[in-house]
Ligand binder design. Structure first.
Ligand SMILES: [Fe+2]
Ligand SMILES: [Fe+2]
Length: 216
């Protein structure tokens, strides 16, 4: 029984087929990532667990959240140059030199590649994975669950800003958690003196105009 990290224990109901599919996805992830990137593998399992807990809390499908969490960093097995080369091959165009946004590519890349590996999973899973690196203006609840879980899973550092979001889980709306996580990501980029993808700024401004900062 998965227990979440926020003081509540809930049990997702999975059908027999869903249970089998989760086991298949977990095994595929293990083969793909466990030896090559053990920390990334542990992170992926932790995101899946956190996403499942958030899904149960915010009335999102826990099966889809679990699968998306497991697979969200699939392309991180490959190094930055390989991801950029793959993005060029697949014609992924973010409107800027892809070498500037190498860390954003693994979401869209996985969303393009994995449907052929797991054809039984629905497009909602691929959308959530595609959006976990950049966010979007029109995030669906599943997209937000995966985005937030990726940021706050318990293996990540206990920084004040992450702890603040973790403590607000279950007390504020999912959209509010997404807003805080999204802005936290921007602050991290700015504080590190890194390149800020213009598309991120566009999303930020659109969310401000939708009054997301004022949500409870
Ligand atoms: Fe990621
Ligand atoms: Fe991640």
């Amino acid at each position: 029984m998965p227990s979440n990290n926020f003081g509540q224990i809930q049990q997702p109901f999975y059908t027999e087929d869903q249970r089998k599919e989760i086991a298949r996805v977990r095994q595929a992830l293990k083969v793909h990532m466990a030896k090559a990137k053990p920390k990334r593998y542990a992170h992926s399992l932790s995101v899946a667990k956190t996403a499942t807990s958030l899904a149960l809390m915010y009335d999102v499908d826990p099966y889809l959240a679990c699968c998306a969490g497991l697979l969200h960093d699939w392309e991180k097995v490959f190094d930055n140059d390989q991801q950029i080369a793959s993005a060029h091959e697949l014609g992924i165009d973010l409107g800027v030199d892809l070498s500037l946004v190498g860390n954003l590519l693994h979401g869209p890349l996985a969303a393009r590649r994995l449907p052929a590996v797991f054809p039984e999973l629905p497009s909602a899973v691929w959308q959530a994975i595609a959006r976990h690196t950049m966010g979007a203006i029109d995030m669906m609840p599943l997209d937000m669950v995966v985005f937030v879980a990726d940021g706050i899973e318990p293996l990540r550092a206990k920084t004040p800003s992450l702890e603040r979001i973790r403590h607000r889980v279950g007390k504020v709306s999912l959209t509010s958690l997404y807003w805080e996580s999204f802005v936290g990501g921007i602050i991290y980029v700015l504080q590190g003196g890194r390149y800020l993808y213009p598309g991120t700024l566009e999303i930020y401004n659109a969310l401000v105009l939708r009054h997301l900062p004022n949500l409870g």
